[in-house]
Design a protein around this ligand. Structure first.
Ligand SMILES: Nc1ncnc2c1ncn2[C@@H]1O[C@H](COP(=O)(O)OP(=O)(O)OP(=O)(O)O)[C@@H](O)[C@H]1O
Length: 574
């Protein structure tokens, strides 16, 4: 069997196993089978049947080990030591250990593979989303939706599979107890039934506690992030530091309270489970002789059988806790998956990845866009043209809408009204990837990835040349395959950002206040040498700038105020 086929088989087995303890999202529910169809489907493709057989083997061996113990005790009492039973005991123990190990390993591997597929599909969908959608989702929900919740779920897998195996073992051992003494089995059933009913009744409270703990943890993580990002401000200002510390203390107390409530619930379930186990043994020793005429030697064997039930019962009790945690994490994963899938569906028709049109002209006609929110900022009635090979500056005060305009022009935000035409052809509401392929950018909140993704060897050579040109090559390691941007100053990072953008060799370069953090000499060189050189090479440049002493370095300048291009704002270079 090919590796991919095996992986696919394991992933679908994992999906079916996951379906046994929780659905993953409403969209997933439409496609994936429910618990019973999941089981039957699993039997069809042999995966669950295989695991069930091994679980049965494990339970049979575990129960027979108990049977042999009682048999050897009886032999010693009446006929003397039996080598055969001792050998059988050891052999079964070895098979029991192997089958338990196999079951847990195979089941957790299959589930991990299924989770990997799910995480991959969600990550692909997040990569398809527009900038607007990712901003609406928020950083925290993306990190949790493809990271933290999966980690929580993974931690529960081994105890859950062990618990399921414990249930099968319990059934077999219980069968043995019925044969030994139906009355002892009845007493045990009553104790177990009451305990399980108690567990089920307290599960909704436990779900609530867990949910509160997760929300409180999220709030605390936000503060922890502020602790690092705002370190300078906190270090300089003791009042700010102490108010922040108080807030952290309050949140931490809240978190501790939520967690200890959940832990108290778990502890009470665990203690009840353990006490119930002893109660079962007590019922056999103290109550059984009162209601039946059972012999002393039988009592001993029954007690041994009941004591053997304690191990699997304890692992089943712990499984209750793990299943609650797993169901919660699965629900969060499913909700995020649904949200992202619904958003990604809107971009489904875009299959234009590789194509790049030859840029001649871009026109914006009566274009408007509003940010989300009740008093969301709007840019309106934007009419502009951008011609191949020109340098266009966009100027204006803080918050006048320059960056928003650049994001619409580059296709990162969809326009809300008006039209955009590329080389005379009207663009879709969400411009396709082929259109976005025209642009390379350095926005003011740009990100330098650790690896120069998307650059081939020729691209890396161009990157090297531009880094030398911007006098920043010496700050990076010999291997440009790894870039540590944390070791760079703000201005240096921007030089690396521009070198990366230019190495992409796109037709339009978009810069958002690139020169703002550069020293005067570099700024002069940028406006007087670099920009004219790029223009001469055929690049079109669209740049937001506040550098009024270099306003003459463009072909055309647009001035923005309160989301509009002002009437006297369009200045042509003489
Ligand atoms: N993601 C967003 N959600 C809601 N409002 C936003 C968002 N991004 C920007 N805004 C709002 O839009 C307005 C214009 O922002 P924009 O970043 O376009 O201004 P700008 O002209 O580039 O300003 P600056 O010169 O300060 O960079 C601001 O009032 C800002 O609060």
């Amino acid at each position: 069997m090919r590796r991919e086929d095996r992986a696919e088989g394991s992933a679908s087995l994992g999906d079916r196993l996951l379906a046994l303890f929780g659905e993953v999202g409403t969209r997933a529910r439409k496609r994936r089978p429910g618990v019973w169809r999941g089981l039957i489907g699993g039997l069809d493709d042999g995966g669950i049947l295989n695991l069930s057989l091994v679980a049965l083997l494990s339970a049979v061996c575990g129960t027979t080990v108990l049977l042999l113990l009682n048999a050897e005790a009886r032999e010693v009492e009446y006929h003397g030591y039996s080598d055969l039973i001792a050998f059988g005991f050891l052999a079964l123990l070895v098979i029991y250990r192997w089958s338990q190990n196999y079951l847990i390993r195979e089941a957790t591997q299959a589930i991990e593979l299924a989770l990997h597929e799910r995480r991959l599909s969600t990550t692909r969908n997040v990569l398809r989303l527009s900038l607007e959608d990712v901003q609406a989702l928020g950083l925290r929900s993306v990190i949790d939706g493809i990271g933290a919740h999966y980690g929580t779920l993974s931690q529960t897998l081994v105890p859950i599979v062990a618990g399921v195996e414990g249930v099968v073992l319990l059934v077999f051992m219980f069968g043995y107890l019925v044969i030994l003494s139906p009355m002892a089995a009845a007493l045990t059933t009553i104790v177990v039934a009451v305990t399980v009913m108690g567990f089920l009744a307290s599960r909704s409270r436990l779900d609530e506690d867990l949910s509160l703990a997760v929300r409180s943890e999220e709030a605390f993580r936000d503060l922890a992030e502020g602790l690092v990002r705002g370190k300078k401000e906190l270090r300089l200002n003791p009042d700010k530091r102490s108010a922040f510390q108080n807030d952290m203390i309050e949140r931490s107390e809240e978190l501790a309270m939520c967690r200890s409530n959940a832990a108290a619930h778990f502890a009470s379930m665990l203690a009840t489970g353990n006490s119930a186990s002893y109660l079962m043994a007590g019922a056999v020793v103290f109550v059984l002789p009162l209601i039946t005429g059972v012999e002393q030697t039988d009592i001993s064997r029954i007690v041994v059988a009941v004591i053997f039930l304690l191990g699997p019962i304890s692992s089943v009790v712990q499984t209750f806790q793990q299943v609650t945690t797993a169901r919660f994490a699965l629900a969060e994963i499913g909700a995020f998956q649904d949200r992202v899938e619904a958003l990604a569906d809107r971009h489904d028709s875009d299959r234009s990845n590789g194509r790049v049109p030859a840029f001649q002209e871009l026109r914006l006609e009566s274009l408007s866009y509003s940010h989300a929110g009740e008093n969301g900022f709007s840019i309106r009635d934007i009419d502009l043209q951008l011609q191949k090979g020109e340098i266009l500056f966009v100027t204006g005060g803080n918050g006048s809408g320059k960056t928003t305009l650049l994001r619409i022009i580059t296709g990162l935000y969809p326009r809300h009204e008006g039209a955009m035409r590329l080389n005379g052809e009207r663009l879709a509401h969400y411009p396709p990837q082929s259109y976005r392929n025209l642009f390379a950018s350095v926005f003011s909140d740009f990100h330098v990835f650790q690896h120069p993704y998307g650059l081939d060897d020729a691209g890396l050579e161009r990157l090297e040349q531009w880094l030398v040109e911007f006098d920043i090559r010496h700050k990076l390691g010999d291997d440009l395959g790894f870039i540590d941007a944390n070791a760079l100053s703000t201005g240096q990072k921007k030089r690396v950002g521009l070198a990366l953008a230019l190495a992409e060799q796109r037709q339009i370069l978009v810069l958002d206040e690139w020169a703002a953090d550069q020293d005067p000499a570099t700024r002069r060189r940028f406006y007087h040498e670099i920009l004219p050189r790029l223009k001469a090479e055929g690049l079109t440049i669209l740049a937001v700038t506040h550098d009024d002493s270099y306003f003459d370095c463009c072909d055309r300048r647009l001035h923005m105020a309160e989301g509009r291009i002002t009437e006297d704002g369009e200045a042509w270079r003489q």
